[in-house]
Ligand binder design. Structure first.
Ligand code: TEU
Ligand code: CA
Length: 573
């Protein structure tokens, strides 16, 4: 059985500071706002809070200009110290985002590096000479596309070379092949760990080692000039060496790390990064579930998914981690994903609450460390379909829209299809202000919110839900309690998928390895009544089972198990 650790048992709540709670009326959430809501978080029952820092905000804080200061509108280092004290007083912990694949182009390091080809810091970033074609035209060193659209290389007129930026132009990639960069990152970690931070969420950590020589990517999008190059810049040959270096710093503080790992090539690669005996990361975010509905053309390309696809992903990761001594994270939302009720269940306002509870149960009782994104505990949903594109402020959405609006200018139907994908998947859906009350601006700010508040705040807000025993909030609270009370089942127990093939129903079991306790989760993902035949091996267990958590408003769905035909009638969701 897996070794016990606090970071496996914790439930982690992600805060997106700009949209959490504004304490001073400037329309932007801040650290003092987080402090003001610590009791709310404690009531919910989470153990760890994750947030981040200083930057010109081209990519909302993922372009860092100073690793040792806080973005001014969020507050100061003193505010952080107070927040850490407030959390620790409540036996809660703090996780910081560590964004070290790239910096902002406003970081001193980059300013130095770009100042001249002979700069002592030139080699801190990835600079390459242009390629000149026979006709004399200048081209970037390879054909890589940026993750946020266009070319991954930016030409610097002054020094006549290109630098690599996998994300925005303003986010130059650091050169991890340079030991000085590695040492600088270790120093940043020490700086925050000394302040009392308990761990890090490491942004795109598997991109820090790239394939040597940075070769051209194969042409997979023939109509595009620049090609997706994930296989060349993700999980490069030195990744595990770098991860072990980061872990050595963490180990001096008993701190932990969750690595974000998009585009990992194989399951094995991911497991290697978290297998306990390898001493690399404690856990990773892998993207199989949240990439399930993305087509070949990228994030905004549509792709149909089925419940069997989802079950296959769950089954694969739950089994592989358990078999190979790795550790999972469990998440359906974060600041880069749209709202799970709108995305993974049939989107109908009348079903919002019951669907949110179903998803909570589905994800929240699996094995792994559970992450909840702000607003998910309230069942917040996507922005309304009819909102115009101007309300979407995220750089990814904006870049994408600019590119496509011109490309499909003559084709209204095609353009509409793309806008529908934005309405379904844009990162903006997760970034609208948290809905605290039914008052103006959902009680998020007394000023003008930096981003428009979702129209549904009068029905969906924390004030209503905290006191309502039937709310999504109350449901999450009970679920987190249950998880904590039965660690041997829900955190350390074995996972078994019961029904891989039913198109509408998920059923899995959790089985303690230290006692006779077991739990069975049954969920209907559709908004129809569904009949599900209980497998014979579960007849006796389920007829004796006690229902401990249900989102059914009338009756308890599991009571139906004792009916003679051993069929469960599952109400919508
Ligand atoms: O995200 C990495 C990542 O893989 C995203 O580009 C993801 O593909 C995209 O957001 C999907 O829409 C991290 C951060 O979470 C994200 O907010 C940053 O923009 C990105 O890194 C760059 O730092
Ligand atoms: Ca503020």
């Amino acid at each position: 059985p897996a070794a016990r650790h606090w970071w496996k048992e914790a439930s982690i709540y992600q805060i997106y500071p700009a949209s959490f709670y504004d304490s001073n009326g400037d329309g932007i959430g801040d650290i003092a706002g987080i402090e003001a809501k610590l009791d709310y978080l404690q009531t919910l029952g989470v153990d760890v809070v994750w947030l981040f820092y200083t930057s010109p905000q081209v990519d909302m804080g993922y372009d860092i200009a100073n690793y040792r200061a806080i973005h001014k509108p969020y507050g100061t280092l003193d505010d952080v110290d107070r927040l850490i004290a407030g959390l620790h007083q409540r036996q809660m912990k703090l996780v910081m985002d560590l964004v070290v694949n790239h910096t902002s182009d406003q970081h001193e390091w980059f300013k130095q590096s770009r100042s001249s080809r002979n700069s002592p810091m030139r080699d801190w970033y990835i600079w390459r000479k242009p390629v000149f074609a026979n006709d004399g035209t200048r081209h970037p060193p390879n054909n890589w596309a940026s993750i946020f659209g266009g070319n991954a290389w930016e030409y610097d007129e002054a020094t006549e070379e290109y630098y690599l930026h996998l994300f925005c132009t303003e986010q130059p990639d650091l050169n991890w092949e340079n030991p000085a960069v590695v040492a600088a990152v270790h120093d940043i970690m020490t700086f925050w760990l000394d302040r009392g931070v308990d761990g890090f969420r490491m942004d795109v950590i598997n991109l820090i080692s790239k394939v040597p020589g940075l070769p051209n990517a194969p042409v997979t999008l023939p109509s595009a000039v620049f090609q997706p190059a994930h296989d060349l810049y993700a999980n490069g040959p030195r990744l595990h060496e770098f991860l072990r270096g980061l872990r050595a710093v963490l180990d001096r503080y008993n701190a932990f790390a969750v690595g974000e790992m998009p585009w990992a090539k194989t399951t094995d690669e991911v497991v290697k990064s978290v297998a306990e005996d390898r001493r690399e990361l404690n856990m990773v975010f892998q993207f199989d579930i949240v990439d399930m509905d993305m087509g070949v053309g990228g994030k905004f390309a549509p792709r149909e998914w089925t419940l069997q696809t989802l079950k296959g992903i769950v089954q694969k990761w739950q089994t592989v981690m358990q078999a190979q001594g790795g550790w999972n994270t469990l998440f359906l939302e974060n600041h880069d994903q749209s709202r799970s009720v709108s995305r993974f269940t049939p989107h109908r306002p009348a079903h919002r609450s019951v669907a949110a509870k179903m998803l909570a149960t589905f994800i929240g009782l699996q094995s792994g460390t559970l992450f909840i994104y702000q607003g998910q505990e309230l069942g917040m949903q996507n922005l309304p379909m009819e909102w115009p594109i101007e309300e979407y402020l995220d750089v990814e959405t904006q870049n994408f829209y600019k590119e496509l609006a011109s490309k499909y200018a003559g084709d209204k139907a095609r353009l509409q299809q793309l806008l529908d994908q934005v309405a379904l998947k844009a990162r903006d859906h997760a970034r609208s202000p948290v809905q605290w009350t039914g008052e103006a601006n959902a009680g998020f700010t007394t000023g003008t919110p930096w981003m428009r508040v979702n129209d549904d705040y009068r029905e969906c807000n924390a004030q209503r839900q905290v006191t309502d025993a039937g709310s999504v909030f109350a449901f999450w609270r009970r679920l987190l309690q249950l998880r904590r009370q039965h660690l041997d089942v829900f955190v350390y127990g074995r996972f078994e998928m019961v029904d891989m093939s039913h198109p509408a129903v998920v059923c899995y079991r959790r089985i303690s390895t230290t006692s006779s306790a077991t739990a069975t989760v049954v969920a209907n993902f559709t908004d129809n009544d569904e009949r599900w035949a209980v497998p014979p091996e579960l007849w006796s267990t389920l007829s004796r089972a006690k229902v401990v958590l249900t989102n059914a408003s009338t009756g308890l769905p599991l009571e139906v198990h004792v009916q003679p035909d051993h069929t469960v009638l599952l109400k919508p969701f």
